[in-house]
Design a protein around this ligand. Sequence first.
Ligand code: SF4
Ligand code: FES
Length: 560
Amino acid sequence: MPQITINGRVCEFKPGQLILQVANGEGVQVPQYCYHDGLSVVASCRICLAEVWMPDKATGKLMPYMGGKLMPTCQTACMEGMVVYTESPKAVANQKAVMEYLLINHPLDCPVCDQAGECLLQDYSYEYGRGQSRFEETKVKNPKKDVGPNIYLYSDRCIMCTRCVRFTREVSGTSELCVSGRGNREEIDVFPGQPIDNELAGNVVDLCPVGALLDKDFLFAQRVWFLKSTPSIDGLTASGDNIFVEHNEGKVYRIKPRTNMAVNKWWITDEVRHGWKFVQREDRLSGARHKQFGVQLATEWARGISDAVEGLKAVSAKGKRIAVIVSPMLSCEDAYALAKAARAIDDRAFLAMGPIPVQGQDKTFPPGKADGFKLYAEKCPNSRGVKRVLEAVSKSSPHGGYVASFEQIIAQLRSNEVGGVIITGNYPSNWITGALTQALEGKFVVALDTLPSELIDRADVVLPCVTWVEKAGCFENAKGLIQAFEQAIPAREGARSESQIGLDLYTQAKQGTGGQAPLANPAALRTEMGKLPGLEAFITSVALPVLPIEQAPAMEMVEL
Ligand code: SF4
Ligand code: FES
């Protein structure tokens, strides 16, 4: 492979690669503001400029490239034998000049800026800046603007990198943002009456290298250095978007995209970014409940589990079948544990899918671009994974059977063949329909859910569950990719994962009250599942989350 040398380090490159791309890939630090892998190159910020030398074709002697002027590494293609210096006196002088220029009008409001701690201007000011301002005139003050339902623009922090403008033109295809004015009057703005409200709008906040574009939802909510990032997967739609759940002291504060070129590239939709709020609802279900003499009362978990199994076994003893309705919001491991438990209670148990929420149609960004970013109409993360698991369990058990759709199981419930149901939810909002409530009349109902509803009010046993950020597991996305996710925050008190409840029910059904259910371990469950025909992929093809590499801070940390 051809090679270039960057700051004394020999690096291989693919034809067409830019110097900055090679440096980023090799971990050679080069300052950069306007460059982003997912956007067109404009080379406008000028901080990545470097001294470049090329071997003379005739003599092989190194000669200054392009007459010796500094070259933007984000726009200059690599050539065999090129030698690049970003730490030479000439390059360093340019970095200092660019930093001084950018900071001329920049407010010194880091203590109240949400970006502080993850701001490239702060980092580069420390690494490449002068340390002292020579500017004595009055700074230009630009207004704060409300540019969209979820976004503020603090114009005086903007360094005019135009990443945000290019995003709305090239990725979302909506072009709400523009550059207005010229020179030191230049500003980012929206067109009058056209707020930035497209479904991908929140990505401009991630793209902004300084604190100019801010998420209203995260405004003054938390200092970023307190946040911990857990790699996870979109738990709300069929996209399987790779995300980081950012949290502190058991509370989620924001969701950020995690780069995966095979799935979501660098972006996520706003529904994934902002749709997690139900996780922190005050009225989340907590603590098992059971019915006694027609009244629902709080009970211990062990009693809730034994009541559920006894009630369902009593139904089976009367010659009726039970059904388990597995929500497509659950993980594959949850589906497996619950199906196994249902078949342990009644070996003819119906295995059925919960309702699959669909809103509108799939959309691509920019509109009409076949390989653009896709927003999925299916608003659940794992309908394919749940179906795959239920089908395999169903085929592998002696009584076989099929996996009923939600509509089919409602019809079965009405036919009176079914006398008891384990029903799961975990949807972000109320999902109970009149048809379901009617069909459940007269049945023994064990409800596993996160939020209160009329289903919970009428259930015979209620077993509260955790949301996807409070457990680990895997989802199969719309493209058939199985991806594992980690537990980000501790489980809500009095709630358990559906996998754990499945194991509890199974142990109770097999061993009675003396039995001790194992703790739900997604990896162990996947190993067990993978032995069933049709589920081998859970051993061989689960994409595990890539853990973020801990970076040593550039500044020395001081113990307080
Ligand atoms: S608002 Fe942020 S992303 Fe947009 S041009 Fe200014 S600094 Fe760049
Ligand atoms: S990153 Fe190269 S000019 Fe901005």
